[in-house]
Write a protein that binds this ligand. Structure first.
Ligand SMILES: [Zn+2]
Length: 305
């Protein structure tokens, strides 16, 4: 039920009112920095739109709720691509929307990473939301409001604020360690085998990246964070050879720009916010948006940081 999601009380109230309206179709833009939390709200609302037990809420127990949670519901489509959804994926979705029949009450399209979408894909999406079929609901998720204005103007805008350390019932250190990411923090709280204090050498980053990509077990993500923390703590004493080793280990085990962006974000997060260097480093970070060779890029970044 909505009340089980701690935080964002006004949003929950608003969404429940929306369910009361019994709209035939709709487009919502959920925006905020915690993408995991945006997705949780999107799925909660999707359940509310299709729950067979409750009217302006979701039970979490009926077939519809369970299958939306596990992302196996026939009337739920989720599109996501951290590097930006491609126009072909939107076209395929539009085609599917035109030919498939309903399994339940409403068809839900959760489309993530809207802020990364290129113009062509955004325009294809715009066509879908301009004249939605009855029973079609679009829940767009975005890290910011810096998106195509025409999409913005056709959506109901909902700001989802990150949960606070009080909402999540963790210490400031724990909260900062995970950069306030609610889903990671909740998984962490269920574990007793994860120690955030322990030091883990930067030299192990390659091994941990590989294990994380193979298992998606939080313990390895935590290890990666610790490896970055270690690198940042001792960076002044590292030689060029040490730094090159760190970079090679990252590249050998992940050539994906999105994973690398997460590593950069985590590193930047550990820089003193008052540091004069911060602005310069954020500027360097933006070079990743250009087609620069990743090795050259990381060399510039980690030598400057
Ligand atoms: Zn239900």
């Amino acid at each position: 039920m909505f009340k089980d999601i701690v935080s964002n009380d006004l949003v929950k109230e608003f969404l429940q009112k929306e369910l009361d309206f019994n709209r035939k179709a709709g487009t919502y833009l959920f925006y905020g920095v915690d993408n995991g939390l945006l997705k949780r709200f999107a799925k909660a609302f999707a359940k509310g739109l299709n729950c067979s037990e409750l009217k302006n809420d979701f039970c979490g127990k009926c077939e519809n709720c369970i299958r939306i949670e596990s992302e196996t519901h026939g009337d739920l489509e989720i599109l996501e691509d951290p590097s930006g959804i491609k126009v072909d994926s939107i076209r395929a979705l539009a085609y599917k929307d035109s030919i498939t029949s309903y399994e339940g009450k409403n068809k839900i399209y959760i489309i993530n990473n809207i802020e990364k979408m290129r113009k062509e894909a955004a325009n294809a999406l715009l066509k879908m939301i301009e004249e939605p079929n009855d029973g079609s609901f679009f829940i767009l998720l975005s890290g910011s409001l810096n998106i195509l204005p025409t999409i913005k103007s056709r959506s109901i805008l909902i700001n989802i604020k990150s949960q606070t350390k009080e909402d999540l019932e963790v210490s400031l250190d724990e909260y900062s360690f995970f950069q306030g990411k609610a889903l990671e923090i909740e998984k962490f709280k269920e574990r007793t085998d994860i120690d955030l204090e322990e030091v883990s050498s930067y030299e192990n980053i390659g091994e941990n990246l590989k294990k994380w990509l193979d298992t998606e077990d939080l313990i390895y993500k935590v290890e990666i964070y610790k490896n970055i923390r270690d690198f940042m703590n001792i960076r002044e004493y590292l030689t060029l050879v040490d730094k090159s080793y760190f970079i090679e280990e990252i590249l050998k085990n992940s050539g994906n720009r999105e994973d690398i962006k997460l590593i950069l974000d985590y590193s930047i997060n550990l820089i003193d916010k008052k540091s004069k260097k911060l602005e310069e480093i954020l500027e360097i970070k933006n070079i990743i948006k250009t087609p620069i060779n990743l090795k050259n890029y990381l060399t510039i970044f980690f030598n400057k940081i």
